[in-house]
Design a protein around this ligand. Structure first.
Ligand SMILES: [Zn+2]
Length: 378
C-alpha cells in the first residue's frame, strides 16, 4: 500500500509524511473517522513509508524487500490486533489465531467492512471481541527487539470494541512506552474508546470524501460517465460504497435474467436445467453469490407484494414487472416464508464457504417443490 493508492485524505497523509520525515513519530497514533473511507489503507501506507528502503517523492517505492514483505503481509515486525472469537482449541485466544482469515480480509476488503470480517470469521450471531491474553501478548512482543524494521508496529483495528479489563491493560502498555514501538489504533467510533486511551494517543481525524474526490475516483476506475453523478450521490463520501455500487452496475440485468431462468426451470421441474444452472453459478465466487441471493430475496418479496395490486408498494424495473405479471401468483402466503428461509439458508452456507455447487442445487430442488405449493384457500 502506498500513499498514492489512497483516495483523498491529502492533509492527513501530509501530516503523517512530515512525522516520518522529521522522525517525530508519536508512539501511539489514533486514526479515527467513519468506516469505509480508507483509514487502514492510510495506516498501511504510513508503515510502508517508514520501512521503505528507497522512499521517493514522499512515498514508499513499492518494490524494495520491505515494501514487498509489507504488501504480502509478511513483515514480521507488523502485528495486527483485531476482534476475534475464541477457538475451542485455545485457552489464550489471540488475533494471530486468525492470521489466514485476516490476510484474506486485508487483501480483498481494504476498506475493512466490519460485516465482511464477521463473515470471514463465520461469526453467526457471536460478537468478536478482544481477550486479556491479547494484551499480555502485546506486552511480551513489545519487550522484544524488532527484526529488521525501525519499529515494532501494533495496528489495533476497532479499539472501541475493547472492554474494560483489556482496555486497561492496553492503557498500561501505551503508558509505559517500549522502545521502538509504534501503536496505530484505527477506529470507526472513537467516542467509544476508553477515554484514557483516547487522550494518550495523538489523534488524526478522517472525514468522508468530497463528491469531487469520489467522482474523480469513479472516472479513474472507468465508470460509465452517465452513472457517475448517481453513484457519487449514493456513496455519501464513502469510497467503499462507491466501488460497491460500481461493481453492481451491470449485475442487475444479469441477476434478473438468472432469476427468471431459475424460476421457469423450477416451475417446469427441469432438473437438468437446474443442474447446469447450479454448475454455472458455482463459478460466481462468494461475494457475487451472496449479492445474487440478496437479489432473489428482494424479488420474492416484490412478487409477493405484487399480488396486492398496489403499484406504489412495488419497486420493480420494467423487465422485472413484465415477468411478475405472470409469475407473482406463484409467490403467496403458503410458500413465501419457506422460500425466504431457503434463500437465507443458502446465503449462510455460501458465506461459510460450503460447496457452492451443492448449495445452489439443493436450493433449486427446494424451490422446485415450494413453487408448486397451491395457494391456501381461505
Ligand atoms: Zn520500498
Amino acid at each position: 500500500m502506498q500513499f498514492k493508492d489512497i483516495i483523498g485524505h491529502s492533509s492527513q497523509i501530509a501530516l503523517l509524511r512530515r512525522m516520518a520525515d522529521s522522525q517525530a513519530i508519536p508512539h501511539a497514533l489514533l486514526l479515527h473517522g467513519p468506516s469505509g473511507i480508507g483509514k487502514m489503507q492510510t495506516a498501511r501506507a504510513f508503515i510502508n513509508y517508514i520501512c521503505c528502503e528507497n522512499p521517493t517523492d514522499g512515498d514508499s517505492c513499492g518494490v524494495c524487500p520491505s515494501c514487498r514483505q509489507l504488501n504480502s503481509l509478511n513483515l514480521p515486525d507488523v502485528h495486527y490486533i483485531f476482534p476475534i472469537l475464541k477457538k475451542n482449541s485455545t485457552k489464550t485466544p489471540l488475533s494471530s489465531d486468525y492470521l489466514e482469515e485476516w490476510k484474506e480480509f486485508l487483501a480483498n476488503f481494504s476498506y475493512m467492512q466490519p460485516e465482511k470480517w464477521l463473515e470471514l470469521l463465520n461469526a453467526g450471531n457471536s460478537q468478536p471481541t478482544f481477550y486479556v491474553s491479547e494484551a499480555d501478548e502485546i506486552s511480551r512482543v513489545a519487550s522484544l527487539s524488532s527484526y529488521s524494521s525501525p519499529f515494532k508496529f501494533f495496528i489495533i483495528w476497532l479499539p472501541e470494541k475493547m472492554d474494560g479489563p483489556v482496555a486497561n491493560k492496553l492503557l498500561k502498555i501505551i503508558e509505559e512506552p517500549f522502545s521502538d514501538t509504534l501503536f496505530i489504533l484505527v477506529s470507526n467510533n472513537a467516542s467509544m474508546i476508553l477515554p484514557t486511551i483516547f487522550s494518550r494517543c495523538q489523534r488524526l481525524e478522517f472525514n468522508r470524501l468530497s463528491d469531487t474526490e469520489i467522482a474523480n475516483a469513479l472516472i479513474a476506475s472507468g465508470a460509465a460517465p452517465e452513472k457517475i453523478n448517481e453513484i457519487t450521490r449514493l456513496a455519501e463520501g464513502r469510497p467503499v460504497k462507491a466501488f460497491e455500487l460500481l461493481s453492481q452496475e451491470g449485475e442487475a440485468e444479469e441477476f434478473g435474467e438468472l432469476f427468471r431462468n431459475i424460476m421457469r426451470n423450477a416451475y417446469s421441474r427441469n432438473v437438468s436445467g437446474l443442474k447446469s444452472l447450479s454448475d454455472r453459478l458455482s463459478q460466481s465466487g462468494r461475494e457475487k453469490s451472496m449479492r445474487l441471493l440478496d437479489y432473489f430475496a428482494s424479488q420474492v418479496r416484490e412478487n409477493f407484494i405484487y399480488n396486492l395490486h398496489t403499484p406504489s408498494l412495488n419497486m420493480l424495473s420494467p423487465s422485472e414487472e413484465t415477468f411478475s405479471k405472470k409469475f407473482a401468483p406463484f409467490i403467496h402466503i403458503g410458500n413465501v416464508e419457506k422460500i425466504d428461509e431457503e434463500i437465507s439458508k443458502a446465503r449462510t452456507d455460501i458465506s461459510r464457504n460450503a460447496n457452492a455447487k451443492l448449495v445452489w442445487f439443493d436450493f433449486f430442488l427446494k424451490l422446485l417443490i415450494l413453487i408448486r405449493i397451491p395457494i391456501p384457500q381461505s
